[in-house]
Design a protein around this ligand. Structure first.
Ligand code: CAO
Length: 471
């Protein structure tokens, strides 16, 4: 907000400020406002975006690990703290290879280091204190209150390290449900996604994309990077909270848009409208309707009888309507007043898509892609996970990456979907449980060999050996 000096402005005295001659800015004269000069290293060789950022990763299951894995891909040093002998519960969940970390774990914890610490052991707490003092961000997604019960309250952490950012995923924000434990599908249901997904005549549906867990992890990563940026100015850390319900709602915002539109009449782009079925009080499930301003539907392609993924998503974008008419063999629809304009088409969408499907069923989904893309008609093939896993172009861009693991062998993971031109992604395998405990104790925290031996005996970083415990 502009400040007033208390004096009234005198318009008659006011003179136009003399125009300054625009200075010619060259590389030699450019000032950097206190920032370092642009690197003259070739792009991709000036380090990684988050190099120098150290994360104390107290996350588990999916939402938190998604966030810290992405930060690790971007170059942060992510130190994952796990319970001795147990580790992240997902290491053993949905196991496909006996005695090896599951894909559930390995695909969410790449490029991290693992240290085992019993946070409820006094020596474990000493280690955590040192980690808090050396890290920039603590990320956690425990059940509400668990971090406080460990003694790691915001006040405690902030006193030890005022620069520390404490980032949390919780199921719900402050309110009646704030103490609830939450998993993916609970968030999808509470965030408005499930009630608006599925077919009108069927029950609410959850989606396979993990918008509650991974979606909230992505939101948290943005919060953390923003807090790191603000810290450059303020010198202090802050709390970052992402509630899964909020994250899902953010992704389902177009449905809240439609909820408000309902007050002003039916949602004409929903196929329910073209079928003459009245709308109720809340946004209905809309099957495969587009959700945007261009009517669309999912259509069968050649082979659909035996291949469950032989489908194409077809968008009848208004500017290419004439090309659509030509390609499907209905040239008269270009001028027929019942079909020529988007408004005229709205009550006839069902019939239009049935006719387009007659054409798509004569082609494979890839043939439809080739024909329509050449005409600028937006279409999308339904790709199976098998097709995606085998897609050469996704491998080339680093979106699908194969890594090697000491106990499970080679596996595919999703690399960094965010491409930075000066920061190549660092996509590596996940760590074994406690693989880096000694390395972190000595190299990051400065413990001596004697101190480490003492810690080992105490049971703070490994479960006490049975024979010794019994003695
Ligand atoms: N040393 C000692 N204790 C440890 C430890 C360590 N290194 N790491 C964790 N623990 C303890 C915690 O202190 C906690 O103990 P108390 O409850 O006795 O205080 C305990 O392990 C379990 O933590 P939790 O409550 O987070 O785990 P849970 O399996 O009971 O619940 C989940 C899991 C996901 C429902 C819950 O963590 C949660 O609601 N998180 C927030 C929302 C979220 O992220 N959900 C998405 C999960 S992915 O689908």
């Amino acid at each position: 907000m502009a400040k007033s000096n208390g004096k009234k402005a005198n318009p008659t005295k006011a003179k136009a400020a003399p125009k300054k001659k625009a200075a010619k800015v060259t590389a030699a004269t450019a000032t950097n406002n206190g920032l370092p000069k642009p690197s003259n290293k070739p792009y991709g060789q000036a380090g990684l975006a988050l190099q120098g950022v150290r994360i104390l990763d107290f996350t588990h299951v999916q939402s938190g690990p998604t966030c810290t894995q992405l930060l690790a891909y971007m170059g942060a040093d992510v130190i994952k703290v796990e319970r001795p002998g147990v580790g992240d519960i997902t290491r053993g969940q949905l196991r496909d290879v006996p005695n090896a970390d599951s894909l559930y774990f390995t695909m969410l914890n790449g490029t991290k280091r693992s240290i085992t610490i019993d946070s409820k052991h006094p020596k474990g707490m000493d280690i955590l204190n040192r980690l808090i003092m050396t890290c920039d961000v603590l990320v956690e997604n425990f059940a509400p209150g668990a971090l406080d019960r460990m003694g790691l309250t915001w006040e405690y952490i902030h006193k030890l390290n005022p620069r520390m950012i404490v980032a949390s995923v919780k199921g719900f924000g402050p309110g009646p449900y704030e103490d609830c434990k939450v998993y993916e599908n609970v968030a999808q249901c509470a965030g408005g996604a499930a009630s608006t997904t599925g077919f009108r005549e069927g029950p609410p549906l959850v989606t396979g994309a993990q918008i509650g867990d991974s979606g909230t992890g992505l939101h948290l990563a943005l919060g953390i990077v923003s807090a790191l940026y603000q810290r450059i100015r303020t010198g202090r850390g802050q709390k970052v909270l992402c509630a899964m319900q909020d994250g899902v709602l953010n992704l389902a915002r177009v449905k809240l848009r439609d909820q408000q539109r309902l007050a002003h009449g039916p949602l004409t782009e929903y196929s329910q409208y073209s079928e003459g079925i009245p709308f109720g009080k809340a946004v209905p499930r809309a099957g495969n309707d587009s959700g945007g301003g261009q009517p669309a539907w999912l259509l069968k392609c050649k082979g659909w009888e035996s291949d469950p993924d032989a489908y194409i998503y077809f968008i009848t974008q208004a500017p290419v309507w004439e090309s659509i008419c030509d390609v499907i063999g209905e040239p008269t629809w270009k001028t027929d007043p019942d079909y020529a304009t988007p408004k005229a088409r709205l009550p006839r969408l069902k019939k239009i898509f049935e006719r387009i499907e007659v054409w798509t069923m004569t082609k494979t989904k890839f043939e439809v892609m080739d024909i329509c893309n050449a005409l600028d008609i937006p279409v999308g093939p339904i790709l199976s996970m098998k097709e995606i896993a085998e897609d050469e172009s996704l491998r080339k861009t680093g979106t699908v990456v194969e890594v090697d693991h000491p106990t499970r062998g080679k596996y595919l993971t999703v690399g960094n979907p965010i491409k930075l031109s000066d920061s190549p992604a660092r996509v590596e395998r996940s760590p074994l449980l406690g693989e880096h405990t000694e390395e972190i104790l000595s190299k990051v925290l400065g413990y001596s060999a004697a101190e480490i031996a003492d810690i080992k005996k105490s049971g703070a970083i490994a479960p006490p050996e049975k024979s010794k415990a019994a003695a």
